[in-house]
Design a protein around this ligand. Structure first.
Ligand code: PEP
Ligand code: MG
Length: 551
């Protein structure tokens, strides 16, 4: 047996046969065909028809939003103009492969030039062209495979479009050779509760059909498990399923200290799942996710309807809504119109909102109106707050609209270092560890090449969290955590030891974090946090915390 290592997401374990995701294919060469025009035309026609039928079949099977995406793709594949373009190239002596490649590329450029809705469909054409080419070459289509049985998916990384279509009944676990703990794949895996190991470079050696055990807690892949090992995993899975059937208790440490366990949500329709998993409220509602594809600012009425739906799902409970966090990886056309060389360091978060204060005021209006019509405990917070002055500006503005509890997200070292002065002007702070890590470590959270720096276990990040925790304790103000770090069961204990009073995470992570908290008292958590703080680097902090926790 050999063991492959990577970064585990969550605490799950899974076992099953590997299915590899096919890599994108190289573009065909332009060369004259050796077949007749009629034969090349037939090859092209059959391949296009087969791909359209396959997309339609998948559309019928998945339902929901994914169905619409796939149906639109099936229609594009058989577009008559596109077919004419393919035929014209074949008539001029091209192979079917080249004709398909070139015709799709031309069509893509046309759609991009039209812009708007059609422009947004341009990227879909690449996927369809790759599928048709795969058919012509008789190789598996790129993208998420569908072998018809449960499997462990092995990929270099997943594109957002692939992730939207992951069939959770079939994908037992996910292993990627690229990506770090805050990559899109990792965030999505956490959100969907998929057992995952990212950045497992050795996984390139796994082959189709090979049986593996994926252990996210250990960050390992056993690539030749024995029958006894597989049986042990199956037992573990059955025990977990039984535990999940027990209704969730409120979050608390072993000594009874309450730690509110909250959900990170992007749309109101995800509320029911969060409640079912025992969320005690919402610690981060990412409002920008509602409007990512909008070209114009949403109206007060549109916003109010979404906020009412969210608040109604959490009657009597705390719901922290973050004002639009636009910019960098989440640009909103109506807030970020200027090109910036370094958008993560640009006009984003509260800076962008302040530059369009009318949009900020409209959002506060919609929130205040939704609050008046519902019975949740609404807290509002501003994203990417850097200075004391910005804090005072935002909280005063929120109060102007009658919003009782207004706070800030601490995601920039500057606001963490001055947390005592920031908190003097805010009702609470919520630490966004994803951005706080990015800015502390000077490592773009989207860039695989610096993923190893993007580790919230780094003692430099932990020290900043301690600054905020200490300031909160001195001033008697709540300090929450709402970055991905809160979803790591042992790091969650460390964060509590550093002063966090609530933890907010993807709902799928709540069970594991709840279990981990109950195993440690507040004194334990403080001791474990001290051990992590004393380390030189992220791996050292993780090891020191494990040793101090006795795990
Ligand atoms: C964060 O930065 O940690 C955070 C919670 O915000 P987002 O991931 O949406 O930037
Ligand atoms: Mg952030």
């Amino acid at each position: 047996m050999s063991v492959l290592r990577g970064v585990g997401i969550g605490q799950g374990v899974a076992t099953g046969p590997v299915v590899r995701m096919a890599e994108a294919m190289p573009a065909p060469q332009e060369q004259p065909s050796t077949l007749s025009v009629e034969d090349e035309r037939t090859r092209a026609r059959e391949a296009v028809a087969a791909v359209a039928a396959e997309l339609q079949q998948r559309a019928d099977a998945v339902g929901g939003a994914a169905q619409e995406v796939l149906e639109a793709q099936a229609m594009i594949a058989e577009d008559p103009t596109l077919q004419d373009e393919i035929d014209t190239r074949i008539d001029q002596g091209s192979t079917a492969e080249w004709a398909v490649h070139d015709a799709f590329a031309g069509f893509r450029a046309t759609l991009e030039a039209v812009g708007g809705y059609l422009g947004e469909r341009a990227a879909d054409l690449d996927d369809i062209a790759q599928r048709v080419l795969a058919h012509l070459r008789g190789v598996p289509a790129p993208g998420v495979p569908d072998p018809g049985h449960p499997f462990v998916l092995v990929a270099r990384d997943l594109a957002p479009a692939d992730t939207a279509l992951l069939n959770l009944e079939q994908v037992l676990a996910l292993i990627t050779t690229d990506g770090g703990p805050t990559s899109h794949t990792a965030i999505l895996a956490r959100e969907k509760g998929i057992v995952a190991i990212v950045g497992a470079t050795g996984a390139a050696s796994l082959s189709d059909g090979q049986s593996v055990i994926v252990d996210a807690a250990a960050g390992t892949v056993n690539d030749a498990p024995t029958e006894a090992e597989i049986a042990a995993v199956e037992e573990r899975l059955a025990a977990r399923a039984a535990e999940d059937d027990v209704p969730a208790a409120p979050g608390a440490l072993a000594d009874g200290t309450p730690i509110l366990l909250l959900a990170n949500l992007g749309k109101p329709s995800d509320a029911a799942d969060a409640v079912a998993r025992g969320a005690e409220g919402v610690g981060l509602f990412r409002t920008e996710f509602l409007f990512l594809s909008a070209s114009q600012a949403p109206t007060i009425e549109q916003q109010r309807a979404s906020y009412i739906e969210l608040l109604q799902a959490f009657e009597g409970k705390k719901v922290v809504v973050r004002l639009l966090d636009a910019g960098a990886d989440k640009p909103l056309a109506f807030l970020n119109d200027a090109h910036e060389e370094n958008p993560a360091l640009g006009l984003r978060g509260l800076r962008a909102l302040r530059a369009s204060e009318d949009i900020l005021r409209e959002q506060l209006t919609a929130l205040a109106e939704a609050d008046a019509k519902t019975a949740a405990d609404l807290w509002v917070m501003a994203p990417m707050v850097t200075t004391v002055e910005e804090t005072a500006y935002f909280t005063a503005l929120a109060k102007e609209y009658g919003l009782k509890t207004a706070g800030v997200m601490v995601e920039v070292p500057a606001s963490a270092l001055l947390a005592d002065r920031v908190l003097a002007h805010a009702d609470f702070a919520s630490i966004g560890t994803n951005d706080l890590t990015q800015y502390t470590m000077a490592a773009d959270r989207l860039l695989g090449s610096v993923a190893s720096f993007q580790d919230p276990w780094h003692p430099a990040v932990l020290r900043l969290v301690r600054e905020v925790g200490d300031a909160g304790a001195r001033l008697g103000k709540p300090v929450g955590i709402c970055g991905e770090a809160a979803a790591d069961p042992l790091l969650a204990v460390v964060l509590v030891g550093l002063g966090a009073t609530s933890l907010s995470m993807a709902p799928a992570a709540l069970g594991d974090v709840r279990r981990s908290l109950t195993a440690h008292s507040l004194d334990d958590a403080r001791r474990i946090a001290q051990a992590a703080l004393a380390a030189d680097d992220a791996d050292g902090a993780r090891d020191a915390a494990r040793a101090a926790a006795g795990s």
